[in-house]
Design a protein around this ligand. Structure first.
Ligand SMILES: C[S@@+](CC[C@H](N)C(=O)[O-])C[C@H]1O[C@@H](n2cnc3c(N)ncnc32)[C@H](O)[C@@H]1O
Length: 213
């Protein structure tokens, strides 16, 4: 196995184990709160194992769930079959979403904007697929407001990113959403520890509307 494959496999196995632990510690409630607001035609970006699927409610017409990792996609396909909503799981990336321009009411990002290689390209793609006035729902861990912790996050990022599937713990994702032309409608900022052995990291959860500019 070459080094990059080993890293991918390490991340995938770790994430599949961590995900239910994280959800039991509050992640599931965070997802439920976020997705309760979502309706109409939805594209979920980087769906992972499909752990959010059970939270799409009756107001959702359909979901295209995009996931680039084939093994995670296979798990998500099983989750899609037992969800209430109509969910199609497909290959793709945040930067190349396999949906038509102006066709979506919502883009959903859950713990994925830390990982996309190029946030600006991802936001440009979200703007392409959203209808005018369409909205982004986001639930993300982000850069600390505390300068010492943020500096530690900067130092940790290269090694962490190599082991954790490209995740960047030091991104100011709220500022990036705003810079990309989305207007924040609501945002909660809170500390959340995803595992008993992990400290509480800064998280944000909220919605933003695509600006008219
Ligand atoms: C930490 S996991 C989160 C999965 C899921 N959204 C959740 O909340 O459990 C990050 C996910 O982003 C996916 N990913 C990585 N690069 C991506 C990209 N460029 N575009 C879309 N998804 C990506 C990974 O394969 C992985 O499933």
């Amino acid at each position: 196995m070459v080094k990059s494959e080993w890293r991918e496999s390490f991340f995938r196995r770790g994430f599949v184990k961590l995900s239910p632990i994280m959800d039991a510690r509050g992640g599931d409630a965070h997802r439920a709160h976020l997705l309760g607001a979502v309706s109409g035609t939805v594209v979920e970006v980087g769906a992972g194992t499909g752990t959010s699927f059970r939270h799409y409610g009756a107001a959702v017409d359909s979901v295209v769930a995009v996931e680039p990792d084939a093994e995670l996609r296979a798990i998500a396909e099983t989750a899609a079959r037992s969800a209430d909503a109509t969910i199609t799981v497909t290959d793709g990336t945040a930067e190349t979403l396999p949906v038509a321009s102006g066709s979506c009411d919502w883009v959903v990002c859950s713990l994925v904007l830390c990982t996309v290689p190029d946030q600006r390209a991802a936001f440009a793609e979200f703007a392409r697929v959203l209808r005018p006035g369409g909205r982004l729902a986001f639930y993300e861990h982000v850069r600390s407001n505390h300068p010492v912790i943020a500096t530690m996050q900067d130092a940790l990022t290269p090694a962490w990113s190599a082991l954790a599937g490209g995740c960047h713990p030091n991104r100011d994702t709220l500022a990036a959403i705003t810079s990309a032309g989305f207007e924040i409608e609501s945002v909660d900022r809170f500390g959340f520890s995803p595992h008993p052995a992990a400290p509480a990291f800064a998280h944000i959860s909220g919605t933003a509307r695509l600006g008219s500019a």
